[in-house]
Design a binder for this molecule. Structure first.
Ligand SMILES: [Zn+2]
Ligand SMILES: [Zn+2]
Length: 314
């Protein structure tokens, strides 16, 4: 860990933060590079989400994919538009390099165009529900959090029961599944959101619990989080504690998909429900301090379940 680098990093931040709506303040921060160790063990997720986000912004800033999604131009038109733009952006680059890069970008962008052209939300019928359920039946778990569906949830999903779910009297404060009846049901999640052209077919649908499906919505990046945290609660045994931002938790659990207990553990998302806990127990559950654990290696075992009224009263 680059302790001295972190000191310098914070001295620049401290100076610039009050100035964050001025060009001077923002430029100072933009010159910083992230010191080693600052991003923690989830560094790869934080960097990947950043790269995927700006990668998409860059290409959509060259060609408006929304326009291609609505017109009937082909990939040749797209390639021409991209190469013309790249030549303007970098007039000194050799032509073959421009063309090779343009082809790469066009292939990337074209997938998105095709997806958006075929997008729509066809209703999910019983046959499709059955097809996804029976494909994933050995698991019978939410693919995002590992929650094992109840027999009741299965019956409702497959249309064999109409009996409503009862909300839970105690919920995990980091993932309050059970506050609402919908949280407990089985739902079909579009892995690639409909809004991005994800198809409504067996390849793009997976079984998710209602809670995860609501949180994920059409979001995927840790930088999509709408708020720093979901609030602070007065926890009965932990005291004042920040509730983690739901999307951060979901993203990191689903992506890491295994228990990270330091002593080693074979628990995976496909076989166990997984939870988040702080690496540094005194710290809040930020994406840099968030660790995925199984029930057995949970440092917060015994502290998770609280009355939903504590959550809603914040
Ligand atoms: Zn879930
Ligand atoms: Zn474990």
């Amino acid at each position: 860990m680059d302790t001295r680098g972190i000191k310098n990093f914070y001295s620049v931040l401290a100076e610039a933060l009050p100035d964050r709506w001025s060009e001077d303040g923002v430029r100072k921060v933009s010159h910083l590079s992230t010191p080693e160790g600052l991003l923690g063990k989830n560094e790869w997720i934080l960097r990947a989400d950043y790269s995927m986000t700006v990668g998409r912004w860059f290409i959509e800033g060259i060609v408006d994919l929304g326009r291609y999604a609505r017109n009937s131009d082909n990939i040749g038109h797209l390639l021409k538009e991209i190469s013309t733009c790249l030549r303007e952006l970098d007039p000194s680059a050799p032509l073959d390099e421009i063309m090779a890069t343009s082809r790469q970008l066009a292939m990337f962008a074209w997938r998105e165009v095709e997806a958006r052209r075929t997008a729509g939300r066809p209703s999910i019928d019983r046959a499709l529900k059955n097809a996804v359920w029976f494909r994933d039946e050995p698991m019978q778990r939410c693919y995002l959090c590992g929650y094992r569906f109840s027999a009741h949830a299965k019956d409702r999903f497959l249309g064999r029961s109409n009996a409503p779910f009862k909300p839970h009297s105690l919920v995990d404060f980091t993932r309050p599944r059970g506050v609402k009846p919908r949280h407990l049901g089985v739902e079909l999640d579009h892995v690639i959101p409909v809004a991005e052209g994800g198809a409504t077919d067996v390849h793009n649908l997976k079984l998710a619990c209602g809670w995860c499906n609501i949180v994920k919505s059409s979001l995927w990046s840790v930088y999509d989080a709408k708020a720093w945290s979901a609030g602070v609660i007065d926890h009965p045994s932990l005291g004042l504690t920040s509730v983690p931002q739901p999307l951060w938790m979901l993203r990191i659990v689903a992506t890491r998909a295994r228990c990270e207990a330091p002593e080693g553990c074979s628990a995976r998302l496909t076989t166990n429900e997984l939870f988040v806990a702080p690496r540094n127990l005194k710290g809040a559950l930020t994406p840099t301090n968030l660790m995925v654990v199984c029930r057995q290696h949970d440092p917060w075992a015994g502290h998770r379940l609280i009355s939903p009224t504590l959550l809603s009263s914040r």
